[in-house]
Design a protein. Structure first.
Length: 85
């Protein structure tokens, strides 16, 4: 392990596939804004908000995440968004 003066130890990872937690907060109402939606509109409003967020996650987040990870020669997996899991 090398040492970086600015950041401490430098690690080299040989893994090529990364498990990314994207989608967990959108599925399980994990953001603080979800509490406000629930308080203002109840269960139906929260369900609608989560559905809307999941419908646009591909355009808003996954493309960006995949580009960043791919730029480092890694492949992303999104288990929380896998319909088969």
């Amino acid at each position: 392990t090398e040492l970086s003066p600015a950041r401490g130890p430098v690690y080299t990872c040989t893994s090529r596939v990364l498990l990314v937690g994207a989608g967990a907060d959108e599925q399980m109402a994990g953001y603080s804004r979800h509490r406000g939606v629930f308080q203002r509109g109840g269960t139906a409003a929260l369900a609608a908000e989560l559905t809307m967020e999941l419908s646009r996650i591909g355009k808003r987040n996954l493309g960006r995440d995949d580009r960043c990870i791919s730029d480092h020669a890694r492949e992303a997996r999104f288990p929380y968004l896998d319909e088969g899991v």
